[in-house]
Design a protein around this ligand. Sequence first.
Ligand code: AGP
Length: 629
Amino acid sequence: MCGIVGYIGNREATPILLSGLKRLEYRGYDSAGLALLEDLQAAISSNGHSTQLLSAHQLVIEKCKGKVTDLEELSARNPHLSTIGIGHTRWATHGAPSDVNAHPHTDQSGKIAIIHNGIIENYSQIKKHLISRGHIFQTETDTEVLAHLIGEFFEQSHNLTEAVRLSLNEVVGAYGIAVISSENPDEIVVARKGSPLVIGVGNDNDYFVASDAAAIIAHTRQVIYLSDNEMATITRSGIKTRTISNVEITKTIEHIEMELEAIEKGGFDHFMLKEIYEQPRTITDAMRGRVVEEEGNVVLGGLENHLRELRRVNRILITACGTSFHAGLIGKYMIEQYARIPVDIEYASEFRYRNPIVGDDDVMFAISQSGETADTLAALREGKRKGALGLGIVNVVGSTIARESDGGVYIHAGPEIGVASTKAFTSQLTVFALITIMLGRMRHLSVVDGRAMIRELLALPDKVQQTIENTEQQVKQIAEIFKDATNFLYLGRGYNYPAALEGALKLKEISYIHAEGYPAAEMKHGPIALIDENMPVVFVAPHDDVYEKILSNIQEVRARKGHVIAIATEGDEQITELAEQVIFIPETIPMLTPILSVVPLQLLAYYMATARGCNVDQPRNLAKSVTVE
Ligand code: AGP
């Protein structure tokens, strides 16, 4: 999720753009930049020199890796007089964070600049075509490809709106874009598909553009929200809106009531809840451009150079911490079931110090949302030092673990602000499912089975959405009942044993209630002594091949007066006779059930924490990324 701002009017653009970008810095980003159309006439008259002007306006780009404050210093060193410009904070998806990969990007002519939020899936095909037409690229980004494509169409019509529109009809993917050109100095062209874009209507013939109203609410509360496949041409005299199919449309101006803080959280009370709700989209983004349904297979660009090792591998190692470890444990179960490759998983902090046995043919996956966790980084280094191929499953592009891996798969979950990891976890599981299909199809998994798994994967985002909508209110009520509990047990079997571990971690890290995850069958080996009328026990018990077994575990708990809260498959009537509370989730294949069963567990932790007045987004004693040992 990148930050986009734009301005056109009668005031100086730079301070408006910089203050807007600062409003978006909560999103997390790695670089920032501005593109301005410098009014040379005004510039020259202001410093008194007269000269023959080649063009009344020149396109100026200031951009750098780092924070908005770094960009601010850069702009102060190179002031430009301009009343039209666009600005961007980047959360890298293609191309590591760097000055050159920062937005804005320009076309071949250097006269058109674009900023972009989203992912262009077919950028490599478009890039190949443009290279064949003589285009030279400076960066690894998908956005620069879009800039060159717009430039290519602009050469034909010299109409910026038409050039943008024709380009967008060529791309596959998600975008929120703003485009300016030194040849069209009085307009900003914007468009959106899958990434938010809002146009602010000022009081003095000035207009604002943003990916998030937080960036412009200081200037106006009158806004137009573009919908998918819509675009607008913004000039000082007004806004023209149309679809990218060139159908003119009329948009209503809305008034923003929300306060700034609420807007930054997308209207949610906390980032954690916002990120729980983002999961249908982030799971989609984790799969975007990566499934080849007719072949029952997947394409993972970051592993392309290692297919030979992955075909021959006899043992896979997985290492991680916390929630990422739980994702890795489910990944182990997936890979062993469908690719029949032995998988050893270990906490990174243990692996790094115990002089582990690693073979030259081993492949190690290091799982990390932040890509900066010290123990995981050290374990990756140890595994590589001893001969393993080190692959990362990481969220933050260009992070240390991503850079030190030999390859890997980005999960594309966007910035995760809440300390308690939610959307990153389900995206990690989605990526593990993709890796499992790839490894399985290299071995015994048939195209038919691969297609079936992909169909189930593609159906997941809607099922997650359905789960959120159908369970949130019920979970809120359950939280009210149990908010004063001092201990919880979370039990599961098979794929849902790690889901139980994750549910317990969520609860303890944000509500400060002691909670323990356990394999359900392990209860009788000791923990069952804990069960009494004060012990709530969450069973993750969807329909799968160990369902009957977990029913008997539920009976064992009930016999000792434990309070049973069950996560069960929709339509399961048997469990309703046993559990006090039953939270239903849609049916899916066993390996994907944790992606659904974890959602009510995330919501339960969230509502228990809010009921107890805890600081959900910044729980005590915790950091979002543990970069120390
Ligand atoms: C999860 O909710 C916690 N915040 C924590 O366990 C986290 O998963 C762990 O520190 C690993 O972080 P990473 O994924 O960024 O490496």
